[in-house]
Each structure stands twice: as structure tokens, then as C-alpha cells.
Design a protein around this ligand. Structure first.
Ligand code: SF4
Length: 540
């Protein structure tokens, strides 16, 4: 007789190592039906839990994540740039923990995966209550609305509340517990999810790791490393593979067994995890600007598969490593305890060590003079920017390009100032701005040549590596691309962005065009006007 149980549960995980805190004293009614005890949970409890969870993950990180950033600062072999990034991200965590500025301006798509035990009863519709809690959280806090609804194939409108959320509720079987995974996933890191239909021969030839490393290199730096990198090999479908990837990159599958068996058990290949981590160090991409910390850690999950298929996926959790487990049972409502005092991970180091070799750039001089100054610098030089910049991202770029296509000129503000690719979160009362870090530069690559040929976008500031089109254009039109540190939206808002004014397309919300004043805004020279690109030898 086949033991069905053996085959039905592929994922053997537990939450024994997770420290939960009680977040509500709600008391639940016990209901007896046909001699079985059921727990009745009111919808309000579910709504409040979702609201609290998304607030917490927008502002607080796991202690384990902060510890990894601290370890970079202690590592003698970490590069100066690795340390500078780690220190900035730790400072960012401190600002965010104030509960006013979220850790990143991209406060993400709200994702909830839940498992409901058979002995849990609820009134109403759980998905609606979770959505209501998410809506309240995004409405009542300084988070960003990032979700676009398509009104036709080519027309979209921001939903202005960050809904819809991705919510899935599964059955947990015979249990009187309701479990939740809450994740806020930013666009930049979600875009670095890659799926491949590999051929089973990859397993036979034993060259799987080289295959994976080729793909891992292409992730680049635009999703704000150091990464929590995840790789999933196998899966009974593409969808199963990708869902496993999301859970693995969030460390929700850390307790999987370390060995496979004959009945389809999912397991972690820790040997391959170590080997891939070592290889990511050898890439020398580092934590954004060269060094050893491209990744904090690696998870490799092996799943059962159809004999003819080998689904493979690669993904990351970024600098805004935002997730938390939660559960409701007869003892109360519990949420994973996140770190409320990140300052304890910030070692006392002399900040002048971190800011050595920093070149001050005054952006309020005529742009031609600033271009001359940049022209004297070598790529990878750290600069500190002060003065006026224009902020525009995807939709604003399309609108400006349309002006050119319709025979109109580009506005003067776009010609006279450097351009920062970004979109702010809501401005808290009494603050100059909301969280306001850079967005992925690569999405604006297709606009660069056209704009530079018109005398605009000659100094660009954003995050991540760019395509060769930008390098060539900068060489041709004497332009520069400066890389800003990806991830520290809160600390940039608190310390470096002093004045923010919407100057065009206010109807676009966070995608509008803004004029900002910055002070000591940190960046690195990545592409110069001589055809040099810091990333070109590191990332294919
Ligand atoms: S840290 Fe970077 S990749 Fe992550 S959500 Fe923020 S901007 Fe996106």
C-alpha cells in the first residue's frame, strides 16, 4: 500500500527558529461542531494583522539581515566600497526604524501567501480583509502607490492605493492555525527574477553550476546588492518553481531538509549554495561598486520534476529585504519579530575613513562647467553632489520623447540640469521629502542617445549597470552616468535631499517631474565620456 502522505507533502518546513511576538490580545471563540473544536476568527483581526505586517516590513528588517551588513564592516577582505554600501544601508535601517520614512521609496507590491487550517472558521471573505488591511497601511503611512491598472492594452492609470495585492490562500489540512507569509516586493528586485526551461542533460553533464553562474552574472547591480540570492532547480510546473523561488529568496524555506528522498521531497543543496556563494565573490562585482559582497548568502532548492523538463529559476531579495511570517492560533495573533533597534548593528567607525577620496561636485554651476569637472575624474571615483537636479523616470521620459517626436523642443529644465531617475514615496508631514532613492537606470537606456543628441541627459544619476548603448552615447556626446547607492531611500531623504518641487506632469504622481536640491548626495562615476564603463568588464 502506497503511503500517500509521503508523496503529498513536498515541502517539509517549520517555523521553530522564528521568533514571534504577540501583536494582539484578540480572543477567539471556540466552536464545537460534530465533536470537533474550531477556532472562529473575526475578519477585523485578519485586516489588522495585514495592516500591521506591511507597516512593520516597510520599516524594520530582520536582525539576521542587519547582522550580515555588520559583518561586511568587520571583514578585512571587504573592499572600501563594500563597507561604504553596508554602512549606508545600516544608517538607512536606522532612519527607517523611526517609523516615518520607509526603508525604500519603492514600497513594493503587497504579497500575501496564507495557509488556513481546516479548524479555522472566519466570517466574510479573507482576501478582502487582507486587502483592506493593506490599503489602510499604504493610505495611512508614507508609503508609495506603485500599482498601475491597465485601462486598455496601452493605457494605464495608477490605482492610488497600491492595490491590488497578490493574495493566495491555501489549505493547511488538519490544523487550528492560520499561517501567513507577508512580502513587499519592489519592482527592481522583482525584475531580476529569471526563468529558464533547462534541458535534463544539464544534470547529467554536471555543468549546472557554470550554466547558473553565466545567468547569475547578468543580474547586475540594479536591484541593490548585497543580495539574498535564490536558485530553484526542478518543479512540477513553471509556476511551482517560481513560487518556490520567491519563498526561498525570503528565507522562508531555510528549514527544508538537506537531502532528497525517493518520494519527491524538496531539499536544500547546501554544498552548491557554498560553491555558488564563493563564485559570486570571485565575480568582484561586490556590493554595487566592486568588492566581494555581491551576495549575502545563497539558497539552492532542488524540487521533483517531470522527466522531460528541468525548470530553473534565479531571483533575489534586495537591500529592502522585506518579509515576515505571522500566525493566528488559539493563543493569539503573532508576527515575526523584526529588529526595532538597528543602531546596535552600527559599529562605531570613523566615517572619514569611509568618505576619503570623495570629490565634491557643485551642480549649481552651469552644466558645461560641471561636465568639465567630471571629465577630469576616473571611473569608480566617489563623488559628493550638491545643488539642483531634475527627477524623471519612465513615463516622464516617454512624455518628453513624445514632445520631440511631435517637433517640439525639450524644456529648459531638462537641458540645464543633471537628471536623477527616481520616484519618491509620500512626504511625511514636516519633512522635505519622502523616501527617495534611485530607480533602475537600465529602463531609461533607450532614451539616452536621443536626449543626449539634443543636449539633455548629459549627467545621469541612478542605480545599476547600463547597456553598451549608453556607454557609446556618452562617448559620442560627452555624457556621464553616475551610480547612486541603491537601497537607502530613507537616509537620502533625511540627510541629502533638501527641497522638492513638482514642475511638470503632476497628474503622474510619483512618476511626475520634480526639481530637487541635494546636499552631499553620494554617487560613483560609472560611465565617462571616453568610453569607459566600470561595469563593462564585470557584468556581461
Ligand atoms: S532596495 Fe532597490 S531593488 Fe529593492 S525595492 Fe528598493 S529600489 Fe527596488
Amino acid at each position: 500500500m502506497v503511503n500517500i502522505n509521503k508523496f503529498s507533502n513536498i515541502f517539509h518546513v517549520n517555523d521553530k527558529n522564528v521568533f514571534f511576538e504577540k501583536v494582539s490580545n484578540a480572543e477567539f471563540e471556540n466552536v464545537k461542531i460534530k465533536n470537533r473544536n474550531y477556532l472562529f476568527i473575526d475578519q477585523k483581526v485578519i485586516e489588522k494583522l495585514a495592516e500591521k505586517a506591511f507597516f512593520q516590513i516597510s520599516h524594520f528588517l530582520r536582525s539576521s539581515h542587519l547582522k550580515k551588513l555588520q559583518n561586511i564592516l568587520k571583514d578585512k577582505n571587504a573592499s572600501d566600497n563594500d563597507k561604504y554600501i553596508a554602512h549606508t544601508l545600516l544608517k538607512n535601517a536606522n532612519v527607517a526604524a523611526g517609523g516615518i520614512l520607509p526603508m525604500c521609496q519603492d514600497t513594493g507590491t503587497a504579497i500575501v501567501l496564507a495557509k488556513k487550517g481546516n479548524q479555522i472558521l472566519t466570517n466574510g471573505k479573507d482576501i478582502d480583509s487582507l486587502s483592506k488591511g493593506i490599503l489602510k497601511c499604504y493610505k495611512n503611512n508614507n508609503l508609495r502607490y506603485s500599482q498601475m491598472s491597465a485601462t486598455s492594452m496601452y493605457e494605464e492609470i495608477n490605482t492610488k492605493n497600491n492595490l491590488p495585492a497578490q493574495i493566495e490562500i491555501m489549505n493547511e489540512g488538519d490544523s487550528n492555525e492560520y499561517k501567513f507569509y507577508f512580502i513587499a516586493k519592489g519592482g527592481g528586485s522583482a525584475n531580476k527574477t529569471f526563468f529558464y526551461q533547462g534541458t535534463p542533460s544539464l544534470l547529467k553533464s554536471k555543468n549546472l553550476e557554470s550554466y547558473l553562474m553565466e545567468k547569475i552574472m547578468t543580474i547586475g547591480t540594479s536591484a541593490c546588492p548585497p543580495y539574498h540570492l535564490a536558485v530553484v532547480i526542478g518543479g512540477l510546473s513553471a509556476e511551482m518553481n517560481l513560487k518556490t523561488l520567491k519563498l526561498a529568496s525570503s528565507h522562508f524555506l531555510d528549514t527544508l531538509p538537506k537531502k532528497g528522498n525517493k518520494s519527491g521531497l524538496a531539499f536544500r543543496d547546501v554544498g552548491m549554495e557554498k560553491s555558488i556563494l564563493k563564485k559570486t565573490i570571485e565575480l568582484k562585482i561586490g556590493a554595487q561598486f566592486g568588492g566581494k559582497y555581491f551576495c549575502h548568502d545563497v539558497r539552492v532548492i532542488r524540487l521533483p520534476r517531470h522527466g522531460a523538463s528541468l525548470p530553473i529559476s534565479i531571483g533575489v531579495s534586495c537591500g529592502a529585504d522585506r518579509q515576515a511570517l505571522a500566525k493566528i492560533n488559539s493563543k493569539g495573533v503573532f508576527l515575526e519579530k523584526l529588529e526595532k533597534n538597528p543602531a546596535r548593528f552600527l559599529p562605531k567607525i570613523k566615517t572619514n575613513i569611509l568618505s576619503k577620496k570623495e570629490i565634491k561636485i557643485d551642480l549649481d554651476k552651469p552644466i558645461k562647467e560641471t561636465l568639465k569637472e567630471l571629465s577630469k575624474l576616473k571611473i569608480k571615483t566617489r563623488v559628493s553632489l550638491s545643488g539642483t537636479m531634475i527627477v524623471a523616470r519612465d513615463i516622464a521620459h516617454s512624455k518628453l520623447k513624445n514632445r520631440l517626436d511631435n517637433g517640439k523642443k525639450l524644456p529648459d529644465y531638462f537641458l540645464n540640469h543633471p537628471i536623477y531617475y527616481a520616484g519618491p514615496a509620500k512626504t511625511p508631514k514636516g519633512y522635505n521629502t519622502g523616501s527617495f532613492g534611485p530607480t533602475t537606470a537600465g529602463r531609461m537606456d533607450s532614451f539616452v542617445e536621443k536626449f543626449q543628441s539634443e543636449g539633455a541627459s548629459l549627467i545621469m544619476l541612478a542605480k545599476g549597470n547600463r547597456s553598451s548603448v549608453v556607454r557609446e552615447s556618452c562617448k559620442k556626446y560627452s555624457g556621464f552616468y553616475l551610480g547612486s547607492i541603491g537601497g537607502p531611500g530613507a537616509v537620502l531623504a533625511a540627510n541629502n535631499i533638501k527641497d522638492v518641487k513638482c514642475i511638470d506632469y503632476p497628474e503622474l504622481g510619483m512618476e511626475a517631474i520634480w526639481k530637487i536640491k541635494v546636499i552631499n548626495f553620494p554617487a560613483f562615476l560609472i560611465i565617462d565620456n571616453k568610453g569607459n564603463d566600470f561595469y563593462s568588464n564585470l557584468i556581461n
